[in-house]
Design a protein around this ligand. Structure first.
Ligand code: 6FA
Length: 536
């Protein structure tokens, strides 16, 4: 009564792994610490809009901006200090849904990937066949609330950018802009939950999903894993879910979640293992091995996240949509009714309307890309002494993506909460200088667009100082990769070094950030990882 594969974590990495392994005839247990999310998964958090609907906060793209600051935020992991989703679908259920098909350089040797990972296209195609991207998610085929993309497109045209459909040519990220590509289908959030998880669940004899079932550690004898410690005694003696002989465990608990499970299993750098050892948390320490069994690996190092700096503008054409403040509690009645009727209108996509990319060569002669995102609203980013009309506000965030060299470290604090130990932003000053240059380029063209006003940064600061003093909390973009990097913590087949049957398949194995928001690359990575694991 054991399992061929036990997968910990039902985010994009875990769900895709579970589906492909059960498809291959393996007996698979998927453990998810959180509960239902979208209506399809049994979620019931529907909007207080008067009309009966089964569309939850996680189904409705336009609810995205209201995930932050709700009264009952059960979807966020309560023991991780940055935003992370702890429910079915993980971050993929609470993110903005921006979805970029993987480019070749996203898996390139130059991006830190080991040899053997470059032929991603067949795996990327497996993902896009099930989850085509959508740059006009509204079911009537129209785009809504597009004033900010029109204004910003006008500005970018003066700088030699070309408008394209971004996912038609993922390799082209030089001076291009385009409408947001979303992981939404039928005007609703899609992602692995709506697709891969459904085919897995249909394999009733092979696949089992256990929700509200946190795993604290793997159970191991030296280098060999025999099971996973859970809180559910129906899964085995003392809550240990057992592996079949030859079975394997895959950790897909996200950058912070997977790192913590490794520490609590005695795998990681000495200081983190000592933190577990010194903790009074008996549940976390249930499977913690004696020091002679510790496996020293750089779990948590090399962590990376895109630094993002947000500029705030006004333009008379903009409808700031009240900066989304009322989108959940008190929507514009016509927009709410239109969405509930046939999943069309403003609510059929999230707030981000336009995206743009270009490269810069730094003083170190390295090439770095910036990604810009444009959205109506964003009044909370306004730090300004200029008077402004808040109903005409829009925000442009400049992220540093491919080529960013700064790295930080994630880990756990004394309470075993997941935390950044060293912030990953601008540890290399050339990264910071690149963002400053990119912002100066945008600002230089503001005067070419009639009516366009920059309100943040204002005239009390320089761009250099504005960027330099931008807080880590504001730079955060929740795109953590690298903490369990291929080649450092896991081998080329995603197996944790010095173990025989422990694997990691989630964002944390990805060596460096891709061009765009990472889920497209994470999903392709999961497809390729499963193929490698099955081939072992
Ligand atoms: N990525 C994009 O591509 N586009 C976006 O628009 C985008 N936006 C956001 C965003 O707005 C926010 C607020 C956040 C938090 C992330 C965003 N991202 C975006 C990033 C993207 O969602 C993540 O990179 C992606 O979800 C990472 O996928 P992974 O599979 O690596 O990991 P997850 O954190 O998604 O899932 C881990 C799962 O494991 C969760 O379901 C969690 O509940 C579960 N888990 C954790 N610890 C566990 C344990 N001990 N036992 C059992 N389950 C556990």
């Amino acid at each position: 009564a054991g399992w061929d594969y036990i997968i910990v974590g039902g985010g994009p990495g875990g769900i895709i792994s579970a589906d492909r392994l059960s498809e291959a005839g393996k007996k698979v247990l998927l453990l998810e610490r959180g509960g239902p999310s979208t209506a399809q998964t049994g979620g019931t958090y529907t909007p207080p809009w008067g009309i009966p609907t089964n569309l939850t906060k996680f189904d409705i793209p336009g609810a995205f901006e209201t995930y932050f600051g709700d009264t009952n935020e059960y979807w966020w992991c309560n023991d991780i200090s940055v935003w992370a989703g702890c429910l079915i679908g993980g971050g993929g259920t609470v993110n903005a849904g921006l979805y970029w098909y993987a480019a070749d350089s996203d898996f390139g040797l130059e991006s830190g990937w080991p040899a053997g990972w470059q032929n991603h296209s067949a795996f990327t195609a497996k993902v896009t066949a099930r989850l085509p991207s959508m740059d006009h998610p509204s079911t009537d085929g129209k785009r809504y609330l597009e004033q900010s993309s029109t204004v910003m497109g006008t500005l970018l045209n003066t700088q030699g950018y070309t408008q394209t459909t971004i996912n038609d040519n993922p390799n082209q990220k030089e001076h291009v802009y385009g409408f947001s590509s979303y992981d939404y289908l039928g005007g609703k959030r899609a992602g692995p939950v709506a697709t891969y998880l459904q085919t897995a669940l249909a394999r009733k004899s092979l696949f089992t999903l256990k929700i509200y079932t946190p795993a604290s550690a793997v159970v191991r004898t030296g280098s060999t894993i025999t099971g996973v410690q859970t809180n559910d005694t129906s899964l085995g003696l003392n809550g240990v879910a057992p592996l079949n002989p030859g079975g394997r465990v895959i950790l897909s608990a996200g950058a912070f979640g997977t790192s913590r499970i490794l520490y609590q299993s005695g795998i990681g750098p000495t200081d983190m293992l000592q933190t577990v050892q010194n903790s009074g948390n008996a549940v976390a320490k249930k499977q913690f091995p004696p020091q002679a069994q510790w496996i020293n690996l750089p779990v948590g190092f090399n962590a990376s996240d895109n630094p993002g700096v947000t500029l705030v503008f006004t333009h008379p054409s903009i409808d700031a949509y009240d900066s989304w403040a009322n989108a959940w509690t008190n929507p514009r009645p016509a927009d709410a009714a239109q969405y509930l009727k046939n999943q069309s209108g403003v609510y059929a996509d999230a707030s981000i309307k336009l995206n743009f990319w270009r490269s810069y060569v730094g003083s170190d002669h390295k090439t770095r890309y910036i990604q810009g995102t444009v959205r109506p609203g964003g009044v909370s980013y306004a730090m300004t002494n200029f008077p402004f009309n808040s109903s005409q506000v829009f925000a442009v965030t400049i992220y540093l993506s491919t080529g960013l060299t700064s790295r930080g470290r994630i880990g756990i604090d004394a309470n075993l909460n997941g935390v950044p130990l060293v912030q990953p932003y601008f540890t290399d000053p050339v990264d910071e200088a690149t963002v400053v240059t990119a912002i100066n380029d945008i600002i230089a063209s503001v005067k070419t667009v009639p009516g366009l006003k920059l309100i943040t940064p204002d005239n009390t600061t320089t761009v250099q100082n504005f960027v330099h003093t931008y807080s880590a909390a504001n730079l955060l973009s929740n795109h953590w990769v690298g903490a369990n990097k291929l080649g450092s913590v896991v081998d080329v087949n995603t197996r944790v070094f010095n173990t025989t049957n422990l694997f990691v398949v989630d964002a944390s194995i990805i060596p460096s950030l891709p061009y765009g928001n990472p889920t497209g690359v994470i999903m392709s990575t999961a497809e390729q990882a499963v193929a490698k694991i099955l081939a072992l």
